[in-house]
Design a protein around this ligand. Sequence first.
Ligand SMILES: [Zn+2]
Length: 103
Amino acid sequence: MNKSYIKCSECGTVNYNNEYCSNCKALLDVVLKRKLESESKLQKKIEQQKNIKPNKVEAFLKNGLEHSNLVIRFFFKTGYAIWLFFAVLVGGIIALVTAAAAG
Ligand SMILES: [Zn+2]
């Protein structure tokens, strides 16, 4: 184990071999701190994605797929395929961006 003096970035107190500041209880390990921050950001992004999920559009398109009129059914089939394509595309881009941000 490395024993070292770490100056608290929050209050300036010098701590000896501590994970948390003895004065203000702030996390001293900058690497760990950044890791925790990026993890919480990732968590927030996942939560946001869940909220954005467009259930209404999907339900609307699925209703159209069961329409009695063949032309309208065909129209909705095409729309649904395009919708799925973009959903996958956007999902992939979001996954890429999150992966890049997480490093
Ligand atoms: Zn401190």
